[in-house]
Design a binder for this molecule. Sequence first.
Ligand code: HPA
Length: 237
Amino acid sequence: MSIHIAAPEGAIAPRVLLPGDPLRAKFIAENYLDDAKKYNDVRGMYGFTGTYKGIPVTVQGTGMGMPSHAIYVHELINSYGVKTLVRVGSCGSLQPEVKIRDVVMGLSASTNSSMVPQRFNGMSFAPTADWQLVSKAAERAAELGLNLKCGNILSSDTFYDEDPDIWKLWAKYGVMAVEMEAAALYTLAARFGVKALCLLTVSDSLVTKEVTTSEEREKTFTQMMELALETVIRVEG
Ligand code: HPA
């Protein structure tokens, strides 16, 4: 038991996938895992554990934004001994070559949030993905024929900005896409010595203003999920 997760000891696997949307957690458990069992519905933030190719895997919703995400990540690591965390989410493209439906891997996560500098007395830390997860995902993506876009992403505290063009500053520095959680995930993983990775599907483009249809999102989502699952089972738990 932890404050926000009502799971008995042993109910959560060492390998965890982290969608923001708890209903996505349910969908993943029902469609990708065998023998999935729900262990949490506190605040409607569903968590399920099942197996993928015989290996136990948990999928836990985290909500939107870094404060919510960080609560679940902290408790998964410190109360349940989780060792490998892969966020599976969506993002907005900041670059013309990052297209709708592409799958993006965040090698590093810049942020406009105070959550990270607050830990470092105002200094800047570089939240970075785990190399083992990065290399396994890149290898597997090549085998699956998936054109994975890899680079720096932006973890933003805001979805609606006062200045609608503020994203262009990050784009000028090559930041590929914007989402709202990875910088907190990578920072906590570094702090507690565990592995983390963020995989994203491009759901909209700030460059072209395109948005995806739900059908299109579904197809890309399937590719990202396959990659996430194939990656987590290739690292030690
Ligand atoms: N901004 C922030 N997070 C997002 C976006 C976006 O445009 N699209 C999907 N997640």
